[in-house]
Design a protein around this ligand. Structure first.
Ligand code: NAD
Length: 467
């Protein structure tokens, strides 16, 4: 218990309550973790509000320097943070190590962004200047699939723009974020960064809190709708990064053997628990058999194990609820199509499901239409690329998508007509802090990363001066 503390007003404090954090690879209690109360959330918001005037008056360079210092501190602790991340989240150590490295890299890049005032007009009549001011206290709500990296999507830009922040991790993955809090406590002035855990009961409170100016939320579309409704009470600014059901459209001229590893990797990373994972594949009839066979081969060969085990490629599902949900998808896949690899849990403690490939399946079944968020990939046959595009677009989501084929013009033409925020050609799941990222339709509102993402943490102010 003493190992983990909340961060409120610059002080590392115990929670008013406690909660168990489970290691999904063993189902054993990994740690007893502090759980924040409503009063502690209020205290965190009050501390962030009190810290705001002084923090927002600091120069961008001063704020940037502290963020860069934090990135260095995170990097210096890569090994211990990555190990803890694997134990609480489940992903293989190599993926956790990459997540910590990306966290430092995102922080470094985002800290270098600039916010400059613009003169829109300057003549005999008037001088019009556009400035960007910080909003106040930002509430950051984090999911359990990338519990550390997603903090680095939000916190550096919020702080760089001059805001202060209250971070709420997901209940099943708070530990590594709390360790990050210890580093923040050493580097930042009191109240600038606060971290409060919960048991899925404080998110609603944060989104209705009158002293929160903006909510930056990453999570499911269902919760995103609640966040949007709650934010209406005080017209909070919101950025919503929500669920997806990314389609990969494989054209007839694609080489199944060459592309299968790219599709498989983007479907199974983090046991499929990635917002931008490939979640359905539309494959042309002419290559359908070969692609299914190649994907099944990769699934059969994958090493499913505790993320700390040497050579593990796919870890457990992150929590019991998700495990049960994905098992439900397996039942649906069995009824709606043919499972040609995987399709089963692993006979040991832990929430393990073998990577699964489902063929002879079509739109209208749950495994195709819904977000499985697990290692189960449906492959759908099509004959006409226009029809595949139509089916890919006939989804309430629009996060990412990809087109695979040798003829660049055809692939590009289809890519531009996919209704999603990001479309890749001959790859999937490639992003970076300099590339704006956001969802179309019910996959979200607003963008993260780059200058566009930074602007979402600011209020435009016009100074219009008579001449
Ligand atoms: P979730 O919506 O269940 O939870 C996300 C966060 O919201 C958690 O911290 C949770 O405690 C909090 N929360 C719960 N109820 C709340 C409420 N009423 N108000 C405010 N906050 C509340 O999502 P999850 O299961 O943790 O994550 C998986 C989902 O996240 C998937 O749908 C995935 O696609 C999506 N996701 C999206 C992105 C993206 O960038 N678009 C990235 C990662 C994950």
């Amino acid at each position: 218990m003493d190992d983990y503390r909340l961060l409120i007003g610059g002080t590392l404090v115990p929670g008013d309550m406690t909660m168990d954090v489970i290691n999904p690879a063993t189902e054993e209690v990994l740690a007893v973790c502090p759980r924040g109360s409503e009063a502690q959330l209020d205290a965190a918001v009050a501390a962030a509000k009190a810290a705001f005037p002084a923090w927002s008056r600091r120069s961008m360079q001063e704020r940037r320097d502290l963020l860069l210092k934090l990135a260095d501190a995170i990097e210096a602790k890569t090994d211990s943070l990555a190990r803890l991340l694997t134990q609480e989240q489940g992903k293989p150590l190599s993926e956790s190590t990459a997540e910590i490295a990306y966290t430092a890299a995102f922080m470094r890049y985002l800290a270098t962004l600039e916010l400059s005032d613009r003169i829109l007009e300057d003549n005999d009549n008037r001088r019009v200047e556009m400035r960007r001011k910080p909003l106040g206290v930002v509430g950051a709500i984090i999911p359990w699939n990338f519990p550390v990296l997603i903090v680095a999507f939000k916190m550096p830009v919020a702080l760089l723009a001059g805001n202060t922040i209250v971070i709420k991790p997901a209940p099943t993955t708070p530990l590594t974020t709390l360790k990050l809090g210890e580093l923040c406590a050493e580097i930042f002035p009191a109240g600038v960064i606060n971290i409060v855990t919960d048991q899925n009961d404080l998110g609603g409170k944060l989104t209705t809190h009158p002293d929160i100016a903006k909510i930056s939320f990453t999570g499911s579309t269902e919760t995103g709708k609640k966040v949007m409704a709650s934010a209406a009470s005080t017209i909070k600014r919101i950025t919503l990064e929500l669920g997806g059901n990314d389609a990969a459209i494989v054209l007839p001229d694609a080489d199944p053997k060459a592309i299968a590893p790219g599709i498989f990797g983007a479907a199974m990373m983090n046991a499929g628990q990635v917002c931008l994972a490939v979640k359905r594949v539309y494959a042309h009839s002419s290559i359908y058999e070969d692609l299914c066979a190649e994907l099944a081969k990769l699934a059969d060969a994958a090493i499913v194990d505790d993320g700390l085990a040497q050579g593990a490629q796919i870890g457990p599902l992150q929590n019991k609820m998700q495990y049960e949900k994905v098992k439900g998808f397996l039942d649906d896949a069995r009824a709606a199509g043919t499972i040609i690899a995987g399709g089963e849990t692993v006979d040991r403690p832990g929430y393990f499901i073998r990577p699964t490939i489902v063929r002879d399946v079509s739109d209208g079944s749950r495994i195709v239409d819904e977000e499985q968020f697990g290692p189960v990939l449906p492959v759908i046959r099509y004959d006409d690329a226009e029809e595949a595009l139509e089916r890919a677009n006939a989804s309430p989501w629009g996060l990412g998508g990809s087109v695979w084929g040798k003829d660049r013009d055809t692939a590009y033409d289809i890519a531009t007509r996919m209704d999603s925020g990001t479309v890749w050609i001959n790859k999937h799941l490639d992003f970076g802090p300099n590339i704006p990222f956001g969802g179309a339709k019910q996959s979200g509102i607003g963008v993260e990363f780059a200058e566009e993402g930074l602007h979402e943490f600011t209020q435009v102010q016009i100074i219009n001066e008579a001449r």
